[in-house]
Write a protein that binds this ligand. Sequence first.
Ligand code: ATP
Length: 453
Amino acid sequence: MTETAPSKATMEKIVSLCQRRGFIFPSSEIYGGLSSCWDYGPLGVELKRNIKEAWWQALVRERDDIVGLDASIMMHPKTWEASGHIKGFADPLVECKSCHLRWRADELKDTRCPSCGGELTEPRMFNLMFKTFMGPVEEEASTIYLRPETAQGIFVNFENVLNTTRKRLPFGIAQMGKAFRNEITTGNFIFRSREFEQMELEFFIKPGTDDEWFNYWVEERLNWYTKLGIRRENLRLHKHAKEELAHYALSCTDIDYQFPMGWAELEGIANRGDFDLVQHSTFSGKNLNYFDEESKQHIVPHIIEPSGGVDRAALAFLCDAYDEDIAEGEPRVLLHLHPTLAPIKVAILPLSRKEKPAELAKKIYADLRQCWTATYDDAQSIGRRYRRQDEIGTPFCVTIDFQSLEDEQVTIRDRDSLKQIRVPISELKNTLAAKLSGEALFVLPPGGKIWKE
Ligand code: ATP
């Protein structure tokens, strides 16, 4: 991690907003929290679901060449022998002889303890997988692991998917879900935690077409982040040098994001070659290969893997969206979240709590929430209510006033520009649908007018 981000987001501000507004809390907070585990609150869970939905939509629902999977977290222990995790998934650690803190040997710049300056032990290997026991007896034979990545669930189902879907190369299997790593260096909020979620695609290709598909997926994944609002200048590609590559990878390019603490990996795209299918064939005794009609030969497909973290993506989207400005003469904090990701799409704000306008506002609320996540807020001044919605990234507020009772029109206020239009209630749903899909605010429906420029 180098250089600091020029954006207004600092990690302190993001953490504070997330706790204050109910995006993310420390896990088991009433007991003092559990180190590097986090709970997503009412708004955080919506944001996270929206990220996952957007990924699933782009990779599975909109494509003919990718299918989905949801494999179990606990897998046969042989999986991890085959994958190399039991042998290779370890970091060399050193321990301080005086304060007993442990450090990753490959990350230390000094030969002394960074905390107290004490003498360090020789490096020792430490496996990052969480172990547990399956069944009633706690013995070596019943040891299983919590998966440290979702990818292996895909490789072991390669044959099942091939046989049941009749997909031909190139095709992919996508999966998202929880992964667990007993990380040594955690921190930076949800950037690196011990329980997290991954979104992984394993794309099976004919050997020899590796470069073409590798470049394709780097580009696709980069575009996915920018389409959802991340500024291109806050993303960069980092191609791994030979000595940086993981044991299974022929090549790897990371998509880095400029987080408040510096540039760091958001997603990795790796060419895993035939490593995984060959390993699982060897360890399971099953032939995990593919009959190529063209060459009339059995081949072992190569795999291109874009592998991203949901939590890291959430952090990047929050940091990129964070802003502070002056609105209507008052300082405000706002999140310019893309409408697809915003936890709440529309807030319904009656200007009065009196019976008639409140009744109309509630009717509109009941109608809109059939289509989108919506909220109803009638507490405090309208300015305060706008600020509350801006801070959580709600793209549009609909205000209902006394005039609405007569002219059957309401105003729509845009979070980013603060501009407002007035539209007939009968056109409200269609108008919001168009605006949420990116239509400019001042494109008006029949009977609509500009209210506040
Ligand atoms: P790092 O070096 O930053 O720990 P990694 O290279 O070990 O990451 P991969 O094994 O390539 O990560 O995992 C793919 C993706 O999963 C990462 O790009 C990241 O978004 C996410 N990820 C991995 N480890 C964690 C973690 N401990 N907490 C949150 N997300 C993680």
